[in-house]
Design a protein around this ligand. Structure first.
Ligand SMILES: O=C(O)C(=O)C[C@@H](O)[C@H](O)[C@H](O)COP(=O)(O)O
Length: 343
């Protein structure tokens, strides 16, 4: 299956095909240029080697697995390794890994020599379903998520669902939260696939339909000036919980990104019967539907959300399945969203 992200001069193909990693050379120029392959130590090394074998001059650089690598220090280390490899403006960065590798690799490509080519080969459910397309690249500052970054679209995205077979179950399910998000805001049939509760069997359809939702929204609003904010459904509270509970991979008992997004979506659904159905899907998948966290601290984090403007913030609400609404609310109303009672 192929989708094309139509963004005028930034357009690119998204290839979704079992076994496609070994065919990257068919979609991108990997010879007569340096190819810097970024991966992490949780990704089977064979995937990066499969890419390297198709290049005339490749360097594999492996970072520690986990959100902790989306930081200034690792970002600097990667840039230094790119410079030491002798990379020029005509060379390319290939990310082979999950959301962390893609976000960091994309940001390195966006900023090295003011921007060089970037290719994304996502290997986690979350990255295949969501973060590998759309051009958001970023690192964190301390606990504040994605606060330093750039919009930098890839040249091509190669999605091989076969690689998901090596993921631990919890990691696999984590990414499905973003697909559930896409279904809730824009694709009732995708939501129905989740109610069937056979995600392994339906994974290609789940990935395809989620990417289609995201593509459609990004094409209307590449730089999140308007409707792209819909993709942030669940993230205002989700990023806050992530910062406070700690993200798994950075903190031992932390939660994964998708798990936090799942928790963040529930309070934003206005239709009670949809809340019940969503909760049932989440339980069946093994996503959390409740968690204990310090609400005041989460609130503090929510004030840093990129959808905030001074005293107000835009939040995404879902009035019913397949639709959404952006509401600009005063920051003072955020406590109510978290169920914090006014004094
Ligand atoms: O691509 C987008 O736009 C999204 O909001 C997708 C999100 O699922 C994703 O987690 C994104 O990285 C969050 O972006 P941020 O702007 O809230 O940092």
């Amino acid at each position: 299956m192929k989708l094309t992200m139509q963004l005028k001069k930034n357009s690119y193909d998204i290839i979704l095909k079992r076994g496609c990693l070994k065919n990257l050379y068919q979609f991108a120029n990997l010879v007569n240029r340096k190819v810097f392959i970024l991966t992490d130590d949780g990704v089977p090394a064979a995937y990066a080697r499969t890419i390297a074998d198709q290049c005339s001059d490749a360097r594999i650089y492996t970072i520690p697995q986990g959100e902790g690598s989306k930081c200034l220090k690792v970002y600097g280390n990667v840039l230094e390794a790119m410079l030491a490899f002798g990379m020029s403006r005509r060379d390319v960065v290939v990310a082979v890994g999950g959301g962390v590798v893609g976000d960091l690799g994309g940001f390195c490509a966006a900023t090295y020599m003011r921007g060089i080519d970037f290719i994304n080969c996502p290997t986690s459910t979350l990255a295949q379903i969501d973060s590998s397309i759309g051009g958001k690249t970023a690192i964190d500052l301390g606990e504040t998520k994605n606060i330093v970054g750039a919009f930098w679209q890839p040249q091509v995205v190669l999605i091989d669902p076969d690689v998901l077979a090596t993921l631990p179950r919890r990691h696999f399910v984590n990414g499905l939260a973003e697909a559930l998000k896409a279904g809730i805001i824009a694709d009732p049939e995708l939501f129905a696939l989740f109610e069937k509760n056979t995600p392994e069997e339906d994974i290609e359809q789940i990935i395809y339909r989620s990417l289609r939702v995201k593509k459609h929204i990004v094409e209307q609003d590449e730089r999140e000036q308007g409707p792209r904010a819909a993709l942030n459904f669940g993230h205002t509270i989700g990023h806050g919980i992530e910062a406070v509970k700690g993200i798994r991979g950075r903190r031992k008992n932390g939660l994964y990104h998708g798990e936090c997004v799942a928790l963040g979506m529930l309070p934003m659904i206005e239709d009670n019967s949809l809340v019940k159905r969503t909760r049932a899907v989440m339980r069946a998948l093994g996503l959390p539907t409740r968690a204990a966290y310090d609400k005041q601290k989460v609130l503090e984090q929510m004030r840093h959300d990129k959808k905030g403007r001074g005293d107000s913030i835009t939040v995404i609400r879902v009035p019913g399945l397949g639709c959404w609404r952006a509401d600009k609310i005063p920051m003072a109303e955020l406590p109510t969203l978290l169920g914090i009672e006014e004094e």
